[in-house]
Design a protein around this ligand. Sequence first.
Ligand code: ADP
Length: 201
Amino acid sequence: MGFILGLTGGIGSGKSAASAWFETQGIHVVDADVVAREVVQVGQVTLDNIRLAFGDWVLLDNGELDRTALRNHIFQFPEARQVLNQITHPAIRASIIQQLQQASSPYVILVSPLLFETNQHEMTDHNLLIDTSEEIQILRASSRDGQTPEQIRQIIAAQMSRQQKIAMADDIVTNDGHIEHLYSQLMPLHELYLLRAEKHH
Ligand code: ADP
């Protein structure tokens, strides 16, 4: 496989903004959140496995996953999360690997909010963290999602700390200014990754 860049950051840090910029440079981006939704679509074996493990109540009348019911169940029985993860994580990983292999750009990006938390960084060669202060994360994420600052704060609290992510990342971009400032920091990294990708073959 070619050179794989992991791209991560907490909620509202600017991961999506960064991956959109890399896409404008012709770099293929695989989004772990998108894959996580794909593997539980109707007709996927992973959805059957979830139904077998939990019961028919996890499906809506139209056969789709009842996310709200499953979320409430996990809230009530926290150990159910492990059961769910044991079913979904290998499927997500297999699909990510397949999509990374199919990409034909000079290098390929795996963007994931839980790159380090779920050991997806084992699939990557190099990791870039988009980092911002918690205040900016809360401001940007709440104006994007319509969630309250308190809800965003809870999501941040459940994610790996900034310090831990900073310690695990190879490159760090601070996204606390204008969007153009983000792009101007990504450009030299992109040049570097192109060189790394050439040597990687
Ligand atoms: P993530 O994918 O990490 O959750 P996003 O890339 O969606 O974060 O960024 C969160 C919100 O902040 C989005 O609405 C995005 O357009 C906006 N945003 C990102 N970077 C900047 C920036 N440097 N200046 C202003 N707004 C930004």
